[in-house]
Design a protein around this ligand. Structure first.
Ligand code: ANZ
Ligand code: ZN
Length: 814
């Protein structure tokens, strides 16, 4: 083959890999395993550059590990349930399954064209009954333990998706999928009790040393553990206790009013018959119409006085009780003691409504500041004032002392609250896992017995897009018999949130064909945990938190030995075009398929890897493709030139330098592929090596000589390229005389000795007198030596400003 015909080469090797099962994986307890996983895609139809990047990164790691001798698991599948399929089906009057399966077969083809080293025998797709039946099984195990339950409450509702959403799926007040403003709706829904694991989910974050700090912080904030005190205020008139939750008991003497959430259960009762009743009831209604995001945003300052007073238990002071929507019923006790001098929201509210202020923590810089001079709340540290026996304490100490004292006096108790809420999993949609429950008039809620799983999605339903879930309209599906009493019963028609599917798929990959168990325990314990997980930052809370929860649950169930699923996490940056995220709506998509046709998959892989380190954003530029393509061509040519050389082993001049560059490159590439993951710098090093090889080839062909270092360097270059650009590497490897796949070649090792570059000392004369000596790398060319000599301080004493008229150069000597 004369020129680099990537189309033929890529096709040839992809077929060969497939027929020889090169990427098949098998449990082997005598070998160290390495599980590389990229977040599996939603089958939307085409792969995009984001996928290309994510999967190329994973593939490099998988291929390197395999070359380094690990038993590698590198699977791929499809997260196939979900709304887009249903919407597409409504639009095209087809079935979500047909649409999904068409998309899957497209995407499989595209992924295969990229040359990823997946073990396709392990492919899973979550919409298939042999997968989702185990969602149902897990649900039933949770139900048995009281971790799956149904309750009526106000839930997030996306009006455009016509379904409920979990809190995690509400992003900035909008639906995570379609961005529509999320409403609140009163519904009876299924929940998973993730809060039963809140402490351990928080604590075990400590173990995840190889996760990005940003993700850890996001999870911590989402779980939101708050240590504080519940303080027992009382309603003045009735002496009923009105507990408030505060994290700042040190400010208790500065509380000048109290606020109840509009939904507070005492509220309606306490205003009954009062002149304020009408105004308060109107306010309650108004608050109910607001979205949660409007309510908790810093700007909201509205609220009304209830006419009721409360007694502060530390000093028996009487303070007014207000209701305002910046206090949320879902958190703490739904009531707060307001301290406008030390809490900014309270400060703004008090200013708006002319409520009194009292400073209890003095600002060390302005100790004499009066409340009416404040322009904002003092939220920082300071000494206590106006706080009776606690005056003079620094506020951190006071926090502890006051909390202890309140417990002794029985006017408060220490309390921990979490922000995390249980996971709402019911969806009023068709294309998901049926919740395996029936409702029987006699027996109530009954789960479907395990032997009757899966509860299949009926195929024969209508997709009209209106009037609720197609499942609820399918009489065949709905009407059934109770598994306990055989009386008439109705099936649950809600399906499960699709995030359930992805909460344990990494376990299923360990034994994807297991049909008598959720997964094979031995296989799971061998392959897990995932050594390297790669995916987008958008899953920092959602998918990653749910997966951690499922793993912990399955561990408690005795199904697995470990408590965390993902050892190391890498979140790859986005692929941009002209500074903007590539997206259909912006019309700035670059189709990977087109690039593959024009340049080949190897060039595309190399280009995206070279553009930036994995975590950074990449701005797509086709010039990068050109660069990568030229680099591969130069390697191609180098191997062709090498094959023209006679088989002699004579040494060429620059062997030392080549050997030095070779070992430097092996070290660099190995480190980056092993754990550094700065693939761009590894590629730079390979480019340096190629330059040195080319230099050496030139000399060798002038001298009509071969060289053993040259051969070693070329072979190592090809082997090191294999994880990055596997097809061309295979081809060149076979051209260099090997019969085996390059994926079986030993990963090169570097030699510490060779990393020490040979040095020589050069004598420098000025006007024939020795004036200095400099040490340089052996073989340094004349121009570089001249430069260094002229910069030498001792030499400059003799040359001064005078021009140098003539230089004489003897390599490695003078
Ligand atoms: C008095 C106080 C004084 C507060 C002060 C803060 C500063 P985290 O850390 O997020 O847990 N709070 C309590 N329940 C609330 C609710 N249901 N809706 C809105 N706000 C609520 O925050 C705890 C603090 O948030 C509590 O401490 C309370 O205000 C407020 F100088 O109490 B604090
Ligand atoms: Zn929506």
């Amino acid at each position: 083959m004369e020129h680099y015909d990537f189309t033929a080469i890529e096709k040839k090797w992809q077929e060969k890999w497939k027929s020889e099962g090169v990427y098949r994986s098998q449990m082997d307890k005598d070998r160290g395993k390495y599980y590389v996983l990229e977040m599996f895609p939603y089958p939307s139809g085409r792969i995009h550059m984001g996928h290309v990047r994510n999967y190329t990164i994973g593939d490099v790691i998988a291929r390197y590990r395999s070359a380094a001798g690990f038993n590698v698991l590198h699977p791929m599948g499809f997260d196939a349930f979900g709304q887009p399929a249903e919407n597409a089906a409504i639009k095209h009057e087809s079935h979500p399954r047909t649409w999904t399966e068409d998309c899957i077969s497209w995407m499989e083809k595209e992924l295969k064209r990229m040359g990823f080293s997946y073990d396709w025998d392990r492919e899973i797709s979550t919409h298939r009954p042999d997968y989702y039946r185990w969602n149902q099984w897990i649900f039933i195990q949770m139900f048995k333990q009281g971790l799956a339950y149904k309750k009526a409450s106000a839930v997030n509702w996306c009006p455009s998706c016509e379904t409920t959403l979990a809190n995690e799926e509400v992003i900035d007040g909008g639906c995570w999928r379609c961005k529509s403003l999320v409403e609140q709706k009163e519904l009876d829904q299924w929940y998973l009790k993730i809060t039963a694991y809140q402490d351990i989910l928080l604590e075990d974050l400590e173990q995840l040393k190889d996760w990005p700090e940003r993700v850890i912080t996001m999870q911590k904030n989402w779980i939101g553990k708050s240590q504080g005190v519940e303080i027992f205020f009382r309603e003045e008139a009735t002496q009923e206790v009105l507990p408030v939750f505060t994290t700042r008991p040190d400010t208790i003497f500065g509380s000048t009013y109290m606020v109840l959430a509009p939904e507070h259960p005492r509220l309606k009762e306490m205003v009954k018959g009062r002149p304020e009743e009408e105004k308060v009831l109107a306010y309650i209604n108004q608050a109910a119409d607001k979205t949660r995001i409007d309510r908790s945003s810093a700007g909201s300052k509205d609220g009304v006085f209830t006419g009721v007073y409360a007694i502060n238990p530390v000093n028996n002071e009487k303070i007014p009780v207000w209701t305002a929507d910046y206090v949320l019923m879902e958190y703490g006790t739904g009531a707060i003691m307001a301290v406008p001098t030390h809490d900014q929201r309270d400060f703004l509210f008090a200013r708006e409504h002319n409520l009194p202020l009292r400073i209890v923590i003095s600002d060390p810089v302005q100790p004499d500041l009066r409340p009416e001079e404040m322009t904002q709340a003092w939220e920082d540290a300071g000494k206590l004032v106006n706080s009776n026996q606690f005056n003079g304490l620094d506020n951190d100490t006071a926090k502890e002392k006051i909390a202890d004292w309140m417990e002794q006096e029985n006017i408060g108790r220490k309390k921990i609250y979490f922000r995390l809420r249980d996971w709402l999993i019911s969806r009023q949609r068709y294309w998901g896992t049926p919740i395996p429950v029936v409702y029987c008039e006699k027996c109530g809620i009954v789960t479907v017995p395990e032997r009757l799983l899966p509860v299949l999605l009926p195929e024969n339903v209508e997709f009209t897009g209106t009037g609720g879930s197609p499942l609820a309209k399918s009489a065949d599906f709905v009407n059934t018999r109770c598994p306990e009493c055989d009386g008439p019963a109705r099936r649950e028609t809600d399906t499960m949130a699709t995030f359930i599917d992805s909460s344990w798929y990494y376990l299923r990959f360990c034994s994807p064909k297991s049909d008598d168990r959720v997964f094979d325990r031995e296989e799971a314990n061998y392959w897990m945990t995932v050594d390297q997980y790669i995916g987008g930052i958008e899953h920092a809370v959602l998918h990653l938190l749910y997966s951690r929860f499922f793993t912990k649950f399955l561990n408690d169930l005795g199904e697995v030995d470990f408590r965390e699923p993902f050892q190391k996490l890498l979140t790859q940056g986005m692929v941009l075009k002209d500074g903007e995220v590539m997206s259909k709506s912006r019309g700035n998509i670059v189709d990977p398929d087109e690039m593959i046709k024009k340049y080949g998959a190897d060039t595309l892989r190399l280009c995206i890897l070279f553009a930036a380190p994995p975590e950074a954003e990449v701005d797509w530029n086709e010039r990068g493709m050109d660069g990568a393509w030229r680099f591969l061509n130069r390697i191609w040519t180098a191997v062709q030139d090498y094959k023209q050389l006679p088989a002699s082993r004579a040494t060429t001049v620059s062997e030392n330098r080549l050997s030095f560059q070779l070992h430097t490159t092996i070290k660099k590439v190995t480190e980056e592929l092993h754990s550094g993951f700065k693939f761009n710098t590894a590629i730079s090093s390979l480019m340096e090596l190629l330059k040195e090889i080319q230099q050496n080839l030139r000399v060798a062909s002038e001298n009509k000589a071969g060289s053993s270092v040259l051969e070693e360097a070329l072979k190592a270059l090809v082997v090191m390229l294999q994880p990055l650009t596997p097809h061309i590497s295979e081809e060149l490897w076979s051209q260099l005389g090997s019969r085996e796949s390059v994926t079986r070649a030993c990963w090169p090792r570097y030699n510490e000795e060779a990393l020490k570059q040979d040095k020589v000392t050069l004598v420098i004369q000025v006007n024939s007198k020795v004036r200095s000596r400099i040490t340089v790398a052996a073989g340094m060319p004349e121009e570089e030596v001249r430069q260094q000599a002229l910069e030498d301080l001792k030499v400059r004493q003799w040359t001064g400003d005078k021009p140098v008229r003539k230089t004489v150069f003897v390599p490695d000597k003078l």
